[in-house]
Design a binder for this molecule. Structure first.
Ligand code: FPP
Length: 253
């Protein structure tokens, strides 16, 4: 009851007109959470799924149009095989368990990253849910899988080079907007808020191009402990900030 009340007051503090259109999250700390509880790393990831559900629900409810979750980085392939396999299985089972909820809540699923490098089972499940939810027009939930920003930027450079070589584009046409259109996020606005959990103050190769003007929010909480109130707190903090984009305060008035 008490929780519900405090939950309501936090949500009530949010200014609807000042909500971001896109939140990106580096979900970190599953392993440390599990260690504290005396469980395996996989136990931590399983509990991380609960935090994912609560976060997606809260963001969808606020009618924020885009949410990107860093679920598996290019670098995560270096983890022990058992952990990688368990994470892949967890992805498949979570996607299949949550398909109905995504449909019911009008959520569209997208994935960014080197999707072809994922196990076929994961690709199939992803493609199925992406296809089923493609006409939903509520929240767009973007999973970054086998993703890293440097990989994405290099892919863009290769594709731009091909287009220049084939005469599809002139070098002079390359500007910020054109470059963005070659990234995996071409149809997605840049995030206004990036959240990282677990007390690490790093970007870890996530959306490097897209976060040029993004507000950063760090919390010491480990990902499996994250609940909707934590997202509200991040948003309250974000709404107190002045975003100047290189201008001075007075110019914004
Ligand atoms: C970071 O914690 C977490 C990950 C690398 C995986 C994130 C995956 C989930 C939350 C579950 C599946 C996701 C979806 C979208 C259903 P860590 O393992 O790096 O923790 P540590 O830094 O404490 O070791």
């Amino acid at each position: 009851m008490i929780n519900r009340y405090s939950d309501m007051t936090l949500k009530d503090k949010l200014i609807k007109e000042k909500l971001p259109k896109h939140i990106a999250i580096i979900m970190d700390g599953n392993g440390r959470w599990a260690k504290q509880k005396g469980g395996t790393r996989i136990f931590g990831h399983k509990n991380g799924v609960k935090a994912v559900k609560d976060t997606v629900e809260a963001v969808a409810e606020l009618q924020i149009p885009f949410l990107t979750l860093y679920a598996f980085s290019t670098e995560n392939w270096r983890r022990p095989k058992t952990e990688v396999n368990a994470l892949m299985s967890l992805l498949v089972s979570s996607l299949s368990d949550e398909t109905e909820t995504l449909i019911k809540n009008n959520i569209r699923l997208l994935a960014i990253g080197n999707i072809k490098s994922l196990p076929v089972k994961v690709q199939d499940e992803l493609n199925e849910v992406i296809e089923i939810t493609k006409n939903n027009n509520g929240l767009t939930l973007i999973l970054a899988l086998s993703y890293s920003a440097r990989w994405e930027i290099i892919e863009a450079v290769k594709n731009i080079s091909k287009d220049v070589k084939n005469g599809v584009m002139n070098i002079e046409e390359i500007d910020s907007e054109k470059f963005s259109s070659y990234l995996t996020t071409s149809d997605i606005p840049n995030p206004e808020l990036l959240i990282r959990t677990s007390g690490e103050y790093r970007i870890s190769n996530f959306l490097l191009w897209q976060i040029a003007y993004t507000e950063l929010y760090f919390t010491n909480k480990l990902w499996p402990d994250i609940r909707r109130e934590d997202i509200y707190n991040a948003l309250i903090d974000y709404q107190k900030r002045e975003r100047r984009f290189g201008k001075i305060s007075e110019q914004l008035k």
